[in-house]
Design a protein around this ligand. Structure first.
Ligand SMILES: C[C@H](O)[C@@H](O)[C@@H](O)[C@H](O)C(=O)O
Ligand SMILES: [Mg+2]
Length: 442
């Protein structure tokens, strides 16, 4: 279908939620996050008034810098026909990431990459709404050739060629429908991080574990990394609460050096964590590989990706055997196109993808990636689960739904990221009512 219409505007808001007041989202490095987003709305001249929404997740201060980054991309989008994106999304992605002057600010990393993610994902939201399909369905119905076209292969084809990717996608086409039906029936396995933010006192952790089990979760993630004594106590507490049959994961949010990570996690090993997440710098491929080698005999995997800058970095992590779980982030990578690139790489290297979703809007986004992965790319649920954090869903028009420890398949057209207008207005920084009230109180 060729969609008519011209993109007429890219509007951006700086929206922040004061989560630091309750320490929701806190970890050993990010001690007081205010879950925030640079929020984009793409407008067109179409009579149906359809708009494309997208966001880049941030944690408070600095959101204004991402907003400026999005403004810097305007000239690449405004005035373009919608069909320039929908007929060749891969070419459009290269245009957005390849501006001959802006590229100097990256390439493909940092603030401009976050800004690009918000814009790319807003374009996909627009397209999925026009098609009247949730994003996962739109992606899962693309042909293998169309999927391969989404990806910029320039820096990836030494590890995986587009022809190889197309052949493995081809093999799964006849069975896609059965997996899509299973997803609609059963949903996708989730794990919860809401039990273990670093700033939570023990009693709150106990309560959250009890609630998590009642809600049907079997996998629980706890923040570690600040104080070994606290970690020994808290990991034992969670293991005790969830019992030997359930799964515990731990997340250090980049707190340690390589050797320190190995020593610290060895001390926590008796509580049998399934993975240690972000043990060290997110850029240290060989450091992660060393940690992975040291912890493998203990049955502890290394997970990383929420700060992995781009698909080239993911390629190296996988080539080096440095991660046993790939945690794509829907808006740290430059949106859907680059997420698809990493899903293809992960399937090729046999690394399970367990998307990062600890933030505002990420739980809304990532089921689309995992459902598509299962239906069209990896066809496996083994060692795979999507993160769930139970915060701020009430601000979205089509919030994610998790039941019995599984994400239900999103059904509304788009990417599920459209925020309610009154939530957006109240949380806009610094002028929204919520921030006005807080500044009057202080
Ligand atoms: C600041 C954030 O809440 C992080 O702690 C969070 O993304 C976390 O690393 C996670 O894995 O969910
Ligand atoms: Mg994490």
């Amino acid at each position: 279908m060729v969609w008519t219409g011209i993109i007429t505007d890219v509007r951006v808001s700086d929206v922040r939620f004061p989560t630091s007041l309750t320490l929701d989202g806190s970890d050993a490095t990010n001690r007081d996050p205010d879950y925030s987003a640079a929020y984009v709305v793409i407008e067109t001249d179409r009579r149906d008034g359809v708009t494309g929404h997208g966001l880049a997740f941030t944690i408070g201060r600095g959101t204004e810098v991402v907003v400026a980054g999005i403004h810097a991309l305007r000239h690449l989008v405004v005035g373009k026909p919608i069909a320039a994106f929908t007929s060749s999304p891969g070419e459009f992605w290269k245009l957005l990431t390849g501006d001959s002057q802006i590229r100097w600010l990256g390439p493909d990393k940092g603030v401009m990459h976050l800004a690009t993610a918000a814009v790319v994902n807003a374009l996909w939201d627009l397209w999925a709404k026009l098609e009247q399909k949730p994003l996962w369905k739109l992606l899962s119905e693309l042909s293998p050739e169309q999927i391969v076209e989404l990806v910029d292969w320039r820096y990836l084809s030494d590890a995986l060629t587009p022809e190889e990717a197309r052949r493995s996608l081809d093999r799964l086409v006849p069975t896609r429908d059965a997996r899509a039906a299973a997803m609609l029936d059963e949903g996708y396995p989730a794990y919860t991080t809401s039990v273990g933010w670093l700033g939570y006192p023990d009693e709150k952790i106990r309560r959250a574990c009890r609630e998590g089990i009642e809600q049907g979760f079997s996998r629980f993630k706890l923040k570690v990394g600040l104080d070994l004594g606290d970690d020994l106590r808290r990991t034992a507490l969670v293991r005790d609460m969830i019992g030997p049959e359930h799964t515990l994961m731990i997340d250090a949010n980049q707190r340690w050096g390589v050797e320190q990570a190995i020593e610290w996690v060895r001390r926590l090993a008796p509580t049998r964590p399934w993975w240690i997440e972000e043990p060290t710098s997110p850029d240290d491929v060989l450091g992660h590989a060393a940690i992975a080698r040291a912890l493998e005999p203990l049955g502890i995997g290394v997970a990383s990706g929420e700060h992995c800058a781009n698909s080239v970095m993911f390629k190296q992590f996988m080539q080096a055997g440095a991660i046993s779980f790939c945690q794509i982030d829907f808006c740290r990578l430059a949106g859907v196109n680059e997420v698809v690139a990493v899903l293809l790489l992960a399937a090729h290297f046999g690394v399970p993808v367990c998307p990062h979703a600890g933030g505002v809007g990420l739980c809304e986004y990532v089921p689309h990636a995992s459902l598509f992965d299962y239906i069209a790319v990896s066809a496996s649920l083994e060692r795979r689960c999507i993160e769930f954090v139970d915060h701020l869903h009430e601000h979205f028009v089509d919030p994610c739904v998790v039941r019995g420890g599984r994400y239900l398949a999103p059904t509304a057209p788009g990417t599920s990221i459209t925020m309610k207008a009154d939530s957006l207005a109240a949380h806009t920084f610094p002028g929204g009512q919520v921030w006005q009230d807080l500044s009057e109180r202080s």
